[in-house]
Design a protein around this ligand. Structure first.
Ligand SMILES: [Cu+2]
Length: 476
């Protein structure tokens, strides 16, 4: 296996526009991508604080927000790159806990002008401190409330503040986040499961969907706290994981976005089972469309869609679009193989003299990228190559189009010079090879046209991407 050092891959834009995006693949062959977040101090306690901040938008403007931050400065980050991160953020820190644990979330309000609270959907929390509020106790300025609950069911949950005079205002202002409860037996290296043995996966990504009305944020910045009304609310900006296109591609914890640590670019190998955890933290529904292949819906609001007592997710449908309802979470598993395309995703049978006995798309002797020259389907016999998950029935079939000469091609981003996965070819002078691994780009985006804009400019909003990369590219 080739080792690829921590490397920033510049991938340029899709469709018509050239927009820079960054993703990171790193050296070690970890089991796969885990959602970024924080784990409890000592296995039991989160210490969050609430504070106002201003958030960047891609046109250079900013928006006034209220956010939660991690008072422990990312000391318990789920991934090393989150260590040291302590700013108030949008969305709030993703909290990652284990099934059965009793968890306390201490919430201290250092500067949000309304009392803040913590509502953890699907969980009954015991609140201590602060003052009584609308649905639970709340923390006024420099006050702390401790919320204690037991994470008794694995799954994906929403948490948010609900305090002050208007129950909808705190979600709008940014006091929202995701809670992930890992099932008993989960092991990031050896047993990646969402609920139980029937929900295994290789890659895991969060799609936290939300929308905002910028006018409300201006009113709050001016101190007009009573100026929020649901009937006047008119969302104009749409987010995935708290960022909009193209910012949402720019890597986790990128200093360009000091209060928006989570990107939403997804990566997969052919054949990987990709767990997509979606959370709608907004007030509106969002039709989110996942290109490439249908998803299998496995759970809603932290409960397996199951007719056999939570063993098999047999009640979930297969679909390509999620009609994400406000405050709802849905978990889905997506797999792309290129099956039935009727051409070989790795290119025609080797004409380049490669020997690739471990099917990793690299020559055994030189490590050079090469075509796939073999399709072995032994264990189990499922129609796919055991290692690179090529659909063997399509092995060796040429792509049914004649490629034009280089001089007849339009220059654009995301270009490898080859239509095949993991393959690169000749590029015109000056074209940088912005897709150096020869990945396939699949748009994952809102299907409501207006939600693909930011300040009424397309492309923007909740427009993200899945990149299928060749087998030798580690994903972490
Ligand atoms: Cu689409």
């Amino acid at each position: 296996m080739i080792k690829i050092r921590q490397k920033t891959v510049r991938l340029l834009s899709m469709l018509l526009l050239g927009m820079a995006m960054t993703t990171i693949v790193s050296q070690s062959m970890a089991a796969g991508h885990d959602i970024r977040g924080i784990k409890p101090q000592g296995g039991t306690t989160f210490n969050l604080y609430a504070f106002p901040f201003n958030m960047n938008l891609p046109d250079g403007s900013s928006m006034h927000m209220w956010g939660f931050g991690d008072m422990n400065g990312g000391a318990n980050a789920s991934h090393p790159e989150g260590n040291g991160y302590s700013l108030p953020q949008y969305p709030a820190p993703t909290l990652i806990v284990n099934e059965g644990d009793t968890i306390t979330i201490n919430v201290t309000n250092f500067g949000v002008p309304e009392p803040v609270s913590m509502v953890i959907a699907g969980h009954k929390a015991n609140a201590v401190g602060g003052t009584p509020g609308l649905v639970t106790r709340q923390a006024g300025l420099n006050d702390t409330v401790a919320y204690t609950f037991t994470a008794s069911n694995p799954g994906t949950y929403l948490y948010h503040s609900m305090g002050g005079v208007n129950p909808g205002l705190h979600s709008e202002m940014g006091l929202v986040g995701a809670l992930i409860v890992r099932p008993t037996g989960f092991d990031s290296a050896g047993n990646r499961i969402a609920y139980g043995a029937t929900t295994e996966y290789e890659q895991e990504f969060l799609y936290l969907l939300s929308e905002m009305d910028p006018d409300i944020h201006v009113q709050m910045e001016r101190g007009h706290y009573s100026h929020f009304t649901n009937s006047d609310r008119h969302a104009a900006i749409w987010f995935v994981n708290g960022r909009v296109f193209p910012d949402l591609f720019q890597g986790d914890y990128n200093p360009l976005f000091p209060h928006q640590p989570y990107q939403s670019l997804s990566l997969s190998h052919a054949g990987d089972r990709v767990l997509v955890r979606t959370v709608n933290t907004g007030h509106d529904s969002h039709p989110f469309h996942f290109h490439g292949e249908n998803l299998r819906f496995i759970a809603r609001d932290g409960r397996l869609l199951s007719s056999d007592g939570g063993v098999t997710p047999d009640l979930g449908r297969s679909d390509n679009t999620l009609n994400s309802a406000p405050k709802q979470t849905v978990d889905m598993i997506w797999t792309w193989t290129g099956k039935d395309l009727n051409w070989d995703i790795y290119g025609p049978v080797a004409t380049n003299g490669c020997t690739d006995s471990d099917h990793n798309m690299l020559d055994d002797a030189t490590g050079a990228a090469c075509h796939d020259n073999i399709c072995i389907d032994v264990n189990p016999v499922d129609g796919f190559d055991d290692v690179n998950h090529e659909y063997c029935a399509d092995h060796g079939k040429a792509i049914p189009v004649s490629l034009p000469g280089v001089q007849d091609l339009t220059l654009g981003g995301w270009w490898s010079g080859s239509p095949f996965l993991g393959d690169t070819g000749d590029l015109p002078p000056g074209e940088g090879g912005l897709n150096p691994f020869g990945g396939y780009f699949l748009v994952w985006h809102s299907h409501a046209e207006k939600e693909l804009t930011t300040w009424d400019i397309f492309p923007g909003g909740s427009l993200s991407t899945m990149v299928v990369v060749p087998p030798y590219v580690p994903i972490q």
